[in-house]
Design a protein around this ligand. Structure first.
Ligand code: NAP
Length: 251
């Protein structure tokens, strides 16, 4: 499919694994110049080799830990230096933070920092550049709004939904859109740890997922790439599940 990208650039966080990796590869295959960020440089090199082998646009690698204070602003500057400008921001770095009890202050701060605060800071560090160019696309990978148990990441993801909706109303006039995608159970490094065998996946899927299986990262990346493309010109402020029908409510 032709998504109508032309000389676009993107910063993808969490590009070493799972969903971010599939999005980075998918964008590069569409001719987008991608800066891929994560902590594990060696794994990013592997992703770059896969992109090259598939004939995608040569990516840039940025080694970055998003946890320390100031990390978002540093990453934004590195991406701007490497790419010249950033048209598309994919906020995929993050992860589940299940709690067995109320959780400590440190656990809550760690979860909120990675899954909300850094996303907010990184976005605001790049928005002025998008505003100058009158075009931008921001996609946040979030999570469920139907908590079955206590998980500090759920609260952080909900904060992203509400912040993102508010921001979408401010930025629409500048040609910038912002969306959230809620993965259900998408095969990735963190999901593999929780469901190590196909049988474990199927046991969950039989009960919870109408399509009866876990999703592949590429199945979610297809939506992220569309939302990042010029084709998604009359949508903003959405929260869209990609979950095989797991989400239970009509609206
Ligand atoms: N997969 C699912 O079914 C699912 C469900 C609900 C929500 N989500 C959300 O979707 C997003 C992607 O999930 P995934 O399943 O693809 O995750 P994953 O396979 O565990 O990958 C997480 C990515 O985030 C990066 N990352 C983690 N901590 C980081 C840090 N401190 N600084 C910089 N990068 C960091 C990791 O890279 P390094 O380790 O190399 O730094 C990795 O590339 C996450 O926000 C997750 O919460 C996924």
């Amino acid at each position: 499919m032709n998504f109508e990208f032309s000389n676009h650039t993107a910063l993808v966080t969490g590009a070493s694994q799972g969903i971010g990796r599939a999005i980075a590869k998918g964008l590069a295959a569409q001719g987008v110049k991608v800066a891929m960020a994560a902590r594990r440089k060696a794994v990013l090199e592997e992703v770059a080799a896969e992109i090259r082998k598939a004939g995608g646009t040569e990516p840039v690698i940025i080694e970055a830990d998003l946890y320390p204070g100031g990390a978002s602003e540093t990453l934004a500057q590195k991406a701007l230096d490497a790419l010249g400008h950033v048209d598309i921001l994919m906020n995929s770095a993050g992860g589940s933070r299940p709690l067995t009890d109320a959780g400590t202050k440190e656990q809550w701060m760690e979860a909120l920092t990675l899954n909300f605060l850094r996303i907010r800071e990184l976005t605001h560090a790049l928005v002025p550049n998008m505003q100058e160019r009158g075009w931008g696309r921001i996609v946040n990978l979030t999570g469920t709004s139907e908590p079955r148990m206590l998980n500090a990441a759920f609260s952080a993801k909900a904060a992203v939904h509400v912040w993102s909706k508010g921001l979408s109303r401010e930025l629409a006039k500048d040609g910038i859109t912002i969306h959230c995608i809620q993965p259900g159970r998408i095969r990735s490094e963190q999901i593999k740890k929780r469901y190590p065998t196909l049988e474990a996946e199927l046991e969950f899927a039989r009960e919870e997922i109408p399509m009866g299986r876990f999703g592949e990262p590429e199945e979610l990346a297809n939506l992220a790439i569309f939302l990042a493309s010029p084709l998604a010109s009359y949508m903003t402020g959405t929260v869209i599940p990609v979950d095989g029908g797991m989400y239970r409510y009509a609206f």
